[in-house]
Design a protein. Structure first.
Length: 206
């Protein structure tokens, strides 16, 4: 809601009385300034700082309203007991799967635990594949430029949501991957949008 502008009303009676007192003891420029201010009459007072804060708060208010609407549509979160039981069942199922893989391939060792770097690298690899990387020689690259943009934007969301919670190495990896993915996207989109040069016009001479 926008604020109603406030008016400051100047009492000319007080101004005139103060003007007579101050003009006697003040230099001519100061007295002239007092007269000019009195002659200006009522003036509009705008709280600029608060106005700027109001403008800046509008996107945040819209985001909060959207989040509240989305939260109202979601089912209630699982209880701590439900989450604990589900995690235990998940871990047991994953262990059975790993045992089955190792039984079929005894040389395969245990899978390393996943980390934040694995998540970043997975998103980066997905974006590069969507931009045609890894295409075998002789085959036409299959490019999903819209999907690549969405994956790169997911990397940006990840960087925004984890700001201040990463180690220096994790943050450096994420920023480097995001930079490289954006550069590849720029190069590809520039190639797609550049208009080819028109063919030379044939001359009438033979």
């Amino acid at each position: 809601m926008s604020e109603t502008p406030k008016f400051e009303v100047i009492d000319r009676r007080k101004i005139k009385a103060e003007e007579e007192k101050e003009s006697q003891g003040q230099p001519a420029p100061v007295a002239a300034a007092v007269k000019a201010e009195a002659a200006a009459g009522p003036r509009l007072v705008v709280n600029e700082a608060r106005s700027e804060n109001t403008e800046a708060a509008r996107p945040a208010a819209a985001a909060n309203a959207e989040e509240a609407t989305l939260g109202a549509e979601l089912p209630p979160p699982p209880t701590a007991k439900e989450s604990s039981e589900q995690k235990a069942a998940y871990d047991a199922s994953a262990q059975r799967l790993e045992d089955l893989i190792r039984a079929q391939n005894p040389a395969a060792g245990p899978q390393p635990p996943l980390s934040f770097d694995h998540l970043v690298q997975q998103l980066y690899l997905t974006a590069m594949l969507q931009m045609g990387a890894g295409t075998q020689e002789g085959q036409r690259p299959r490019v999903d430029i819209v999907g690549a943009r969405q994956t790169i934007d997911l990397l940006a969301v990840l960087a925004e949501k984890t700001r201040g919670n990463l180690t220096s190495t994790e943050d450096r990896v994420l920023q480097s991957v995001l930079f490289e993915a954006r550069m590849a996207f720029l190069e590809l989109t520039n190639m797609m949008t550049v208009q080819p040069a028109p063919p030379p016009q044939p001359t009438g001479k033979r």
